[in-house]
Design a binder for this molecule. Structure first.
Ligand SMILES: Cc1cc2nc3c(=O)[nH]c(=O)nc-3n(C[C@H](O)[C@H](O)[C@H](O)COP(=O)(O)OP(=O)(O)OC[C@H]3O[C@@H](n4cnc5c(N)ncnc54)[C@H](O)[C@@H]3O)c2cc1C
Length: 412
C-alpha cells in the first residue's frame, strides 16, 4: 500500500516529523540506512534558546523559545506512545559562567544580547555561582542563570521515537534514498511556486497527486511521488519529506533549481560516566574558560556530557586527541572534580548547517516535496516545532506566515 508520506532520514528531526504525521492520521514510511546514528546520537541535548541567543538571529531565537515551550508536552506524549520511556528531560536551567576577568567580556556580551532581545537571565556574582554549584572552581567570576534553558537526552529521545513510530503503525525501512520519483503527468513544474491548495482530506497530504502515480520514474518535472533507493528499489508515496541531516540534498540531486545548501560542521564531544558520590552537577554549566568555550551537561543517570568543538572539516568524523585534551582541560579548570570522572566516550558528529544558521522547513517549490533540515546547533531543541510546521505545510501546502524566515525555498 502506498503510504501518504515517505520521510528520508531517521534522526531526531525526521522521526519527530514521522511520529507527528502518524498522530495526525497519515500513513508513513521512514527510510534510513542507519536510523538514529547521525548527529542526533552525538548531540548534548541542550534546549537552550537563551544561552545560544545571537543578536543577528532573533527569529531563530524566537523559534527556539517556542520549541522549548513545546518540549514538555512533546516529551510527555512521546513517553506515553513509547510505552513509558524516560527521555531524560531536565528543567533545572543553565548557568553560563565567566572563568576569569577576560572571560567576563563574553558573558557581558551575552547579557547585552539578552537585554536587546528582551530575554530573562539572572545575573550572579562568583560567590552566588558557587553557592548554586559548589563544585565550580574558586576563580569563577560571574554568571547568568537561564532558568528556561533545559536539556533532554537525545539518545533516549531518538530511541523513544523509533519505538513510538513503530507502535503507531509507521514502517521503518533500511535503505539509502538516492533520487526522487516524479510523476511525468504531473501538473506542477520545478521552479514555479505551487498555487495555494485546498485543505486535503486527512489521509492525503497536499501535493499528493493520484493521477500521476501510474507513470512514475526518476526524471524531470512533475509532482514528487516517492523515492528511489540505492539498492534499485523504489518507494512510492503521496509526499516526501527530506530530513537526511548533512545529506539533506542527496536524494534531490535530480531536481534542477532546487537549492538546499547544507554543509557539515564537525563537533567533537565527550561522555563521562557516573561521578563519584557527592560530585553531581545540579544543572547545565556553559562557560568560556580563558577564551575556550565548553559546556557540561549532567544527566539524571549520572552521565556528564562535555562539549564541543566547532570545526569546518568536511565529512571527517575522526576524534582528534587535541580536541579531547582541550575539552577536558577547560572542563577540569571549570569543575576540578571532573578530573575524577571516568571518560567513557569521545565522538564526533556533523551538524547540518545552512548559510544563515537557520533550518529549512516545509514545502518546496516542487509539488509533493517537503524539507526538514539544516538545524545546525539546535536540531534537538527545534524538533517539536519543526514537526508541527512540517505537518502544517503538508496539510495547508504552505508554511504559517510567522515561520517564513525558515522556508525551505529561501535559497532557491
Ligand atoms: C557535538 C554536537 C553537539 C550538539 N549539541 C546539541 C544540543 O545540545 N542541542 C541541540 O538542539 N542540538 C545539538 N546539536 C545539533 C543536533 O545534533 C542536530 O541539529 C540534529 O541532530 C540534526 O538532526 P537531524 O535528524 O536533522 O540529523 P541526523 O541526526 O544527522 O539524522 C539524519 C539521518 O539521515 C540519514 N540519512 C542520510 N542520508 C540519507 C539518505 N540518502 N537516505 C536515507 N537516510 C539518510 C542518516 O543515516 C541519519 O540517520 C549538536 C550537534 C553536535 C555535532
Amino acid at each position: 500500500v502506498t503510504p501518504d508520506l515517505v520521510v528520508v532520514g531517521a534522526g531526531i528531526v525526521g522521526l519527530s516529523v514521522a511520529w507527528r504525521a502518524l498522530g495526525a492520521g497519515l500513513t508513513v514510511t521512514v527510510i534510513d540506512p542507519a536510523p538514529g546514528q547521525g548527529a542526533s546520537r552525538v548531540a548534548a541535548g541542550m534546549l537552550a534558546p537563551v544561552t545560544e541567543a545571537r543578536a543577528a538571529e532573533a527569529p531563530l531565537t524566537r523559534l527556539g523559545l517556542e520549541s522549548a515551550r513545546r518540549w514538555p508536552a512533546f516529551a510527555e506524549q512521546l513517553a506515553d506512545d513509547a510505552g513509558g520511556a524516560d527521555l531524560g528531560l531536565r528543567r533545572e536551567g543553565t548557568l553560563q559562567v565567566a572563568f576569569d576577568d577576560d572571560d567576563r567580556r563574553a558573558l557581558d556580551e551575552l547579557a547585552g544580547v539578552l537585554d536587546l532581545l528582551g530575554l530573562d537571565a539572572e545575573r550572579l556574582g562568583g560567590r552566588d555561582c558557587r553557592k548554586l554549584v559548589p563544585l565550580l572552581a574558586p576563580r569563577v567570576r560571574a554568571g547568568l542563570l537561564a532558568r528556561g534553558d533545559w536539556q533532554v537526552d537525545p539518545r533516549r529521545a531518538v530511541g523513544a521515537l523509533l519505538v513510538a513510530v513503530e507502535r503507531r503503525g509507521g514502517t521503518l525501512r533500511a535503505g539509502r534514498a538516492v533520487g526522487l520519483l516524479q510523476a511525468r503527468a504531473g501538473r506542477s513544474r520545478v521552479g514555479q511556486p505551487r498555487p495555494p491548495q485546498p485543505r486535503p482530506p486527512r489521509s492525503r497530504p497536499a501535493g499528493a497527486q493520484a493521477d500521476g502515480r501510474a507513470t512514475l520514474e526518476p526524471g524531470p518535472a512533475g509532482p514528487v511521488a516517492g523515492v528511489s533507493l540505492a539498492d534499485g528499489t523504489t518507494v512510492e508515496a503521496g509526499a516526501v519529506v527530506l530530513a537526511a541531516g548533512t545529506a539533506l540534498a542527496e536524494p534531490a540531486g535530480s531536481i534542477d533549481g532546487l537549492h538546499l545548501p547544507v554543509r557539515p560542521v564537525k563537533g567533537e564531544i565527550l561522555r563521562l560516566a557516573a561521578k563519584p558520590a557527592g560530585c553531581a552537577l545540579p544543572l547545565t554549566i556553559r562557560a568560556t574558560v580563558q577564551g575556550r568555550v565548553v559546556y557540561l551537561v549532567p544527566r539524571a543517570d549520572g552521565e556528564t556530557v562535555v562539549g564541543a568543538t566547532v570545526e569546518e572539516a568536511g565529512f571527517d568524523r575522526s576524534v582528534r586527541a587535541g580536541a579531547v585534551s582541550d575539552l577536558l582541560r577547560a572542563a577540569i579548570d571549570l569543575v576540578p572534580a571532573v578530573a575524577e570522572y571516568p571518560l567513557v566516550e569521545a565522538t564526533a558528529g556533523l551538524r547540518p548547517a545552512t548559510p544563515d544558521n537557520a533550518p529549512l522547513i516545509g514545502p518546496t517549490a516542487v509539488a509533493g516535496l517537503h524539507v526538514a533540515g539544516g538545524h545546525y546547533r539546535n536540531g534537538v531543541l527545534l524538533a517539536p516545532i519543526t514537526a508541527d510546521l512540517v505537518l502544517a505545510g503538508l496539510e495547508q501546502g504552505r508554511l504559517p506566515a510567522e515561520a517564513a524566515a525558515f522556508s525551505a525555498g529561501r535559497f532557491t
